[in-house]
Design a protein around this ligand. Structure first.
Ligand code: TXA
Ligand code: MG
Length: 341
């Protein structure tokens, strides 16, 4: 097998077997899931986990998610699964839901950023499941981007960030969801959303009482999801997100900035884009009714806009409902300004 730096392996059985061999031998391999690409290591190797933190430049108190191929493996990882947690598993696994549970001693504290809890999920992706099964033990995996960059939704995004820093990339094409999993903790009947995702608030309300943690972290507080306190995506350009009535001002503002000599990228829904000419770059989120398509494209656009070195990225926001809650959560974290709303 040809090893570039890193090798991108196509989605064949031999590639999965090769990737599994690397992970078993304490190497690190990026692989696709239905949400974004993950950077995997065997869950029980501190040596391999250390490599993940180094490759990503990730602060070591930010915990990793353990990925399993079957709900039975949960009992290796977690000491206790409450009735509500069990119902969540029955309803949403395999799928984009990470559940925070009390960890067993076999999960190294290095994987959980020192916490006594562990985030676990079973991804809904054939290659990911085949890889975990072939490794034979669960895989810890954060998103396979450099810390502070948008999560990768293709093998090329992974290569952009991590070439030369990891052992291989399994290529499964573009990811289906495009945003990271919903992260929840459970206490009694209350489900707390620590990070919104494609398993939405409405879906979780079918199972229990739901509360949502604010996406903005006050540095005086202890964060509930340690990832919250870190800057997510801070592109070189100024990112302005337009919401509500302010969206109708987006075309004029884009033209105004461009006339002042700035390079402008507009990321918006199709019918907003048709009103905009003469800007450097236009990127379509699709039709306004299809938040799923917008979610799938967002991270690739933020990466592209950065590569084009524009000065301003103007983004059309949406109502924070359903999957829109996750999309707006990620957008407002990337934004310098939120206009309107
Ligand atoms: O969709 C996803 O979740 C992707 C794919 C690869 O599975 N993974 C991902 O991992 O987004 P990462 O490491 O980029 O984000 C994990 C998030 C962080 O915000 C982290 O703080 C939170 O989950 N988390 C993990 N373990 C936790 C725990 N024990 N308690 C609270 N939050 C936890
Ligand atoms: Mg991440």
């Amino acid at each position: 097998m040809l090893f570039l730096s890193p090798a991108i392996l196509a989605s064949t059985d031999e590639s999965i077997a090769e990737a599994a061999r690397i992970i078993r031998n304490e190497g690190i391999v990026a692989f696709p899931t239905e949400t974004v690409y993950g950077l995997g290591a065997r869950f029980d190797s501190e040596k391999a986990i250390e490599k993940i933190f180094v490759a990503k430049g990730r602060p070591n108190d930010n915990p990793l998610i353990v990925h399993i191929a079957h709900p039975d493996e949960l009992f290796v990882i977690a000491t206790e699964v409450s009735t509500i947690a069990e119902r969540l598993i029955l309803s949403f696994w395999p799928g984009p839901l990470t559940i925070v549970l009390p960890k067993t001693p076999v999960v190294p504290k290095m994987a959980t950023g020192g916490l006594e809890t562990v985030g676990v999920r079973m991804p809904a992706h054939a290659m990911a499941l085949a890889l975990i099964s072939a490794v034979g033990v669960p895989i810890v995996a954060p998103s396979a981007n450099l810390s502070g960059r948008p999560s990768p939704t293709s093998a090329l995004h992974v290569r952009e960030d991590l070439a030369g820093r990891i052992d291989a990339i399994l290529d499964g094409g573009d990811t289906e969801v495009g945003l990271e999993s919903t992260v929840v903790s459970v206490a009694g009947k209350i489900i707390t959303i620590l990070r919104p995702g494609a398993v939405t608030r409405d879906m979780l309300e079918e199972i229990g009482q739901v509360q949502v943690v604010s996406p903005f972290f006050d540095p005086k507080d202890t964060p509930t999801a340690p990832g919250m306190k870190y800057i997510h995506y801070a592109p070189r350009a100024e990112v302005s997100v337009f919401v509500g009535q302010a969206i109708k001002n987006l075309p004029d503002l884009a033209h105004g900035l461009q006339q002042q000599g700035a390079a402008v990228a507009v990321v918006a829904f199709e019918d907003t884009l048709t009103e905009i000419n003469n800007v450097t770059v236009k990127m379509t989120l699709g039709g306004r009714g299809r938040v799923d398509i917008a979610a799938k494209r967002l991270y690739a656009y933020l990466r592209e806009a950065d590569q084009l070195s524009v000065d301003h990225i103007l983004v059309e926001g949406i109502k924070p409902e359903g999957l829109g809650e996750a999309l707006m959560n990620r957008l407002t974290k990337a934004a310098t300004h939120v206009i309107g709303g």
